[in-house]
Structures are given as structure tokens and as C-alpha cells.
Design a binder for this molecule. Structure first.
Ligand code: UDP
Length: 278
């Protein structure tokens, strides 16, 4: 709790004029930056900065699923591992999986399993790794948004990208994209993920309490915000592919293909194999 002790108990998370502690209004996102293709060894990768969150995503596959007994003869498995680095938070986080990271890995795997064309790759696994380098609330949304770009960067066939965002309630006001202090001292947080092209919700969680009306307003805020985040994802992929196209143009041209093949070397007749020997 070291990083929250500086907040006096009576401090308002949002003031009378609707301004939050970090200067945002109730419907404003934190700044987001996405880069695709940041890792050479993975099949696909992406890096996202979302406010003070810093998250890397890497994707491998589709590749043969291991251990073999996990293989599904009808479709690919989509397996995500979400991990928070020990140095990602103020109080050192104990390394390794815990209940929270297992739960987040599961809901993210399920979100992607509903958009990847898994039937095209039986017996394989699509492996997604999300590494949180710095955490400031909203890391599952940031990780999912980056992993979606990494899947596209790996060329994994999908119905669409998945875009994620959270909204919650602070000081009695429904607000978009809570930061760490708001998450700690607010009343509720509701992360969601959407398939922007169809409007399908593929992840929905709730921490705290919202009335039905507040929940609907929170969802509306998140849905509007995901439209902008989707554009940032697509822009990261466009930049990635234009950089790759430029590299391909700069590469030296391949040697010309000879118009006529050279004649075969002469072979003395007595060395030609007999038909019976063949
Ligand atoms: N957090 C932490 N230690 C932990 C887990 C979480 O300090 O072991 C912080 C971290 O900043 C995280 C925030 O609490 O981003 C909110 O966590 P939550 O479980 O709500 O997930 P998130 O909002 O990151 O998806």
C-alpha cells in the first residue's frame, strides 16, 4: 500500500467541476501508444503504453500443441499467459502465477478463442504471452489490446481485432479508464473487450457494485472509447507493414533468372544406366 499512502482519506477522486485527480474529465482516456513488431524472435509482437501502464505482448503459432494430450483434433487451442513483472508495481510483486494472473489469462484466452479461426488449425496451439512491465490499473485491457495487435502481426487469421477498455465509478460518478488510485479508492471497475466490427462483447468483468443504469452508462463510455483504441491498433499495424514494405523495396534485387537453362553435361553412353538397373 506504499504508493497510496500519500492520498488523504477525504480526497475527492473527482471534483465539483468534473475534473479527476490526473486532470481528465469523466469520459477521457489516458494517453495510449501502440507499436507492432517490437520483438524479433516471436511470430508476432506489440508494445503498449496506456497511461502509466507498460505492457509487452508476444505471440507464437499456430504451432504443434504440447503436451500432446492437450491437442484438439478439431481446432487450435488459444493459450494466454498474463504475467506481472516483480518490478511492475511499487511493492515488489512475488514472481510467478497467482489466482489473479490465472484468472486474467483464462478470460483473455477465451476472448481470443472466439475471434481466431481455430478450426483452420487442428492440433495446434496459438500461444500469447502478456508481460506487464509497469502497472497502473487497467493492465488486462492494455494487455489484451496489445495481444490483439501481436496476433495480427503474427498473421493469425481472425474475424477482427479485439479491443478492450474499462469504465467504473469514482466519487459517485461513472468514469472511463480508471487509474490505480481511482481503482483503489473508487466504488467499481468494469473491464470489457469488444469485437469492434460486430459489436460482440468477448470479455466482461466487474469489481465492485454498479446499478443497472450505471452499468449501462459505463458500457456506453467503454464502447465509444474502444472505437478510438481500435483506430490506434490499426494504425500500429499499418505503420508496421509500411516499414516492412520499405525494407523489402530497399533490399537488393534477386539475381536474374537465366532465360535459357544451360545444356546438361555430356555423359558417356557406357555410363548411362540400363533400363533394367533402374
Ligand atoms: N496490483 C498490484 N499488485 C498486484 C496486483 C495488482 O499492485 O499483485 C495493482 C496494479 O497496479 C494493477 C492494479 O492493482 O494494475 C489493478 O489490478 P486489477 O486486479 O484491478 O487488474 P487491472 O486493472 O490491472 O486489469
Amino acid at each position: 500500500m506504499g504508493d497510496v499512502e500519500h492520498i488523504p482519506k477525504e480526497l475527492k477522486l473527482i471534483d465539483e467541476s468534473g475534473v479527476r485527480l490526473d486532470g481528465r474529465r469523466y469520459d477521457e482516456l489516458r494517453p495510449i501508444r501502440i507499436e507492432a513488431g517490437v520483438l524479433k524472435k516471436a511470430d508476432g509482437s506489440a508494445y503498449i503504453e496506456w497511461g502509466n501502464n507498460k505492457v509487452l505482448a508476444a505471440v507464437y503459432g499456430p504451432r504443434e500443441a504440447h503436451p500432446r494430450h492437450l491437442q484438439d483434433p478439431a481446432k487450435a487451442l488459444v493459450q494466454c499467459r498474463y504475467n506481472m513483472a516483480p518490478f511492475s508495481v511499487t511493492e515488489r510483486k512475488r514472481p510467478g502465477p497467482d489466482r489473479r494472473s490465472v484468472e486474467i489469462s483464462k478470460v483473455i484466452s477465451e476472448a481470443f478463442a472466439s475471434v481466431v479461426f481455430v478450426e483452420q488449425f487442428p492440433r495446434t496451439s496459438v500461444d500469447i504471452f502478456i508481460e506487464v512491465l509497469q502497472a497502473d490499473a487497467g493492465t488486462r485491457c492494455a494487455g489484451l489490446t496489445a495481444a490483439s495487435v501481436a496476433l495480427a502481426d503474427a498473421g493469425i487469421p481472425m474475424r477482427d481485432l479485439v479491443t478492450s477498455c474499462a469504465s467504473g465509478k469514482i466519487g459517485g460518478v461513472v468514469a472511463l479508464d480508471l487509474n490505480k488510485d481511482e481503482d483503489n479508492f473508487g466504488e467499481a471497475d468494469c473491464p470489457m473487450a469488444i469485437v469492434p466490427r460486430t459489436g460482440e462483447i468477448v470479455l466482461l468483468q466487474m469489481d465492485g457494485h454498479l446499478t443497472v443504469d450505471e452499468f449501462e452508462r459505463a458500457m456506453d463510455l467503454s464502447i465509444v472509447a474502444t472505437k478510438g483504441i481500435y483506430e490506434l491498433q490499426r494504425d500500429a499495424l499499418r505503420r508496421r507493414y509500411s516499414a516492412m514494405a520499405e525494407q523489402a523495396m530497399e533490399a537488393p534485387p534477386p539475381p536474374p533468372i537465366p532465360s535459357e537453362l544451360p545444356p546438361p553435361p555430356d555423359m558417356p553412353e557406357d555410363e548411362l544406366p540400363e533400363v533394367d538397373d533402374l
